[in-house]
Design a protein around this ligand. Structure first.
Ligand code: 16G
Ligand code: ZN
Length: 548
């Protein structure tokens, strides 16, 4: 009853805004920052309960609205594993966020605790929640609301771990619960050490092929650029210039950042003709997305985009090369590596990956869906075209690598190609964030692979040529009227619409199109691709007409 009194009292501080329906959505709650205090406070309560449910393991709360505008904010929960909050808890998140009074809130919490058998008492250790935020000005007061939410559950500890990228928070939570060193400095040290290790393993012939040219980074005026600045000093073999750090008056995500560059296919602010031919990378507002681009010498300020699919293809190529060097059961070797894409993946990338002999599977849009499927492989690489992705290594495969390395060393084959391949795979598993897609570790892995192969960005871009594509959003009275298959490639409802889409597709060479309801906005999205831009545009338009 003390507990209830404490929630009743603190929730008075955070009245729920009128007339908004809040939903945890694809990646947490998002919206106008002014309307979010009550939500963040309530998610604070949820995170403390989540920690208690899992034996007081540390849970993470990240306050960010990623690539959305600076006046927006949002909140999402990191499970103790460092992954997204278990989807089983999302309905509870929705319920408490929308509870209309303190009494209703308390009653929902009570019921849920009973169902989940969560007890608060002297016999239990309290909950522990780590709270991080991006650079949004609204972040600080929202973080306080989250702390009060956590604190309203008896015996809980809320720890403010400051301004971070989203992937840093997930990484730190994961490390903490594994009993590893888990500060921001440990994160940086882990990146620079594994990067160094991969650099040292570059075959010497690869090394001389490419003079290490400067990388230009668009920091989206957010947290990512600032963190690369901190990391830069400890990286050898990488010359980085960071633009759009947010300190020169630029606004977060405005005309900058990975989402802008990928969707609009135009240069971010601060980049221009002077940068022709330079290798450029763009991060999003919370640095969990990464795309590359360059300005070809034959054009004026046109962008050649290397999106998540291209990054995935580069990673897949490199990993496959390492797997090929292993003495391993041949069949086993083939099945170790799998890649996961969404319906948005450019058809040319899927063809390329299949051509490499890889197992390509499709997942629904949203990181949690891709992650789940990638975790089924020994090495699972997942990427969304928008630049969010990572490489997951299974625990059993990592132990296999460790024993393999020991064996080879014992046999005096420490310098063999096989030993090097094993070491590279282990270094990649340390470098690349095992919790979520991470633009910082992504940049480092791209850079070291390019050096390893002796490739320029143009050469990398030539892996395959993207099919022209077009995306349109259509405003509809009720987007839930559109229901798709689990991979979102076909619409099951409204009845008959898929047949109509199919007959449009048939009119175009290499035509492909699909519709899906957005998980973050009140719209239906249309995607189309075809062998020419005109055809892709026209296919997208006719499909959009069917949706209206
Ligand atoms: C969120 C997702 C992103 C997805 C996008 C789709 C996470 C961390 N982020 O930003 O992966 O591509 O939503 O948005 O899961 P949409 O449903 O509006 O098209
Ligand atoms: Zn993001």
């Amino acid at each position: 009853e003390i507990q209830i009194a404490s929630i009743l009292k603190s929730s008075e501080l955070f009245p729920i805004p009128q007339g908004v329906k809040l939903s945890y959505g694809t990646a947490g709650f998002r919206g106008d920052a002014k309307l979010l205090e009550s939500t963040v406070y309530r998610v604070g309560i949820l995170s403390a309960l989540r920690s208690l449910k899992l034996g007081s393991a540390t849970v993470g709360l990240m306050i960010t609205a990623s690539h959305n505008k600076v006046s927006d904010n949002g909140i999402k929960v990191s499970d103790p594993s460092g992954f997204m909050l278990s989807q089983e808890w999302e309905p509870f998140a929705d319920q408490i966020a929308n509870a209309s009074s303190p009494e209703e809130l308390v009653s929902l919490i009570r019921k849920f605790m009973e169902k989940e058998e969560i007890a608060i008492g002297e016999n239990n250790k309290g909950a522990e929640v780590w709270l991080g935020r991006d650079t949004r000005p609204s972040g600080e007061s929202l973080l306080r609301a989250g702390e009060i939410g956590v604190g309203s559950i008896l015996g809980s500890v809320a720890i403010d771990i400051g301004i971070l990228t989203t992937p840093q928070l997930h990484w730190m939570v994961r490390a903490k619960n594994k009993g590893l060193k888990a500060t921001e400095n440990d994160y940086f040290e882990n990146l620079s050490t594994s990067f160094r290790c991969l650099i040292d393993l570059i075959p010497s012939s690869g090394n001389d092929k490419l003079e290490i040219s400067k990388l230009l980074v668009d920091g989206a005026n957010g947290v990512g650029g600032q963190k690369i600045e901190k990391l830069r000093g400890s990286l050898s073999n990488l010359d980085v210039e960071i633009r759009n750090t947010g300190r020169d008056g630029g606004v977060l995500n405005e005309g900058v950042g990975a989402d802008f560059v990928q969707k609009e296919k135009v240069l971010p602010v601060g980049f221009g003709f002077k940068d022709v031919g330079m290798r450029c990378a763009s991060l999003d507002g919370d640095a969990d997305r990464l795309v590359y681009f360059y300005i070809p010498s034959d054009s004026s300020e046109k962008v050649e985009l290397l999106d998540g699919d291209k990054i995935l293809s580069l990673f897949a190529l490199f990993i496959k090369e390492q797997l090929n060097a292993l003495e391993d059961d041949e069949e086993r070797k083939q099945s170790r590596l799998g890649v996961v894409q969404t319906a948005y993946a450019n058809g040319a990338s899927t063809d390329y990956l299949k051509h490499l002999g890889l197992d390509v599977v499709f997942a629904k849009t949203g990181v949690k869906h891709l992650h789940e499927k990638a975790a089924e492989f020994d090495i699972g690489i997942y990427f969304e075209a928008n630049g969010h992705g990572t490489i997951l290594f299974s625990e059993s495969f990592l132990s296999w690598l460790v024993s393999k390395q020991k064996d080879l060393t014992a046999k005096g084959q420490g310098g063999s190609e096989e030993h090097k391949a094993v070491s590279r795979l282990m270094a990649v598993s340390n470098l690349i964030n095992q919790a979520v897609g991470d633009a910082l570790s992504g940049v480092l892995l791209v850079e070291v692979i390019l050096q390893h192969l002796g490739w320029s960005i143009e050469k990398w871009n030539e892996l395959y040529k993207d099919l022209p594509s077009r995306q349109i959003k259509v405003e509809v009275p009720d987007r839930t009227a559109v229901v798709t298959t689990s991979e979102e490639t076909e619409a099951l409802r409204p009845m008959g619409i898929q047949d109509a889409i199919n007959s449009e597709i048939k009119k175009y060479s290499r035509g492909r199109a699909f519709i899906r309801p957005s998980g973050t906005e009140d719209v239906v999205r249309v995607y189309a691709e075809a062998s020419t831009q005109e055809d892709a545009d026209s296919l997208a338009n006719s499909v959009a007409q069917l949706v209206k």
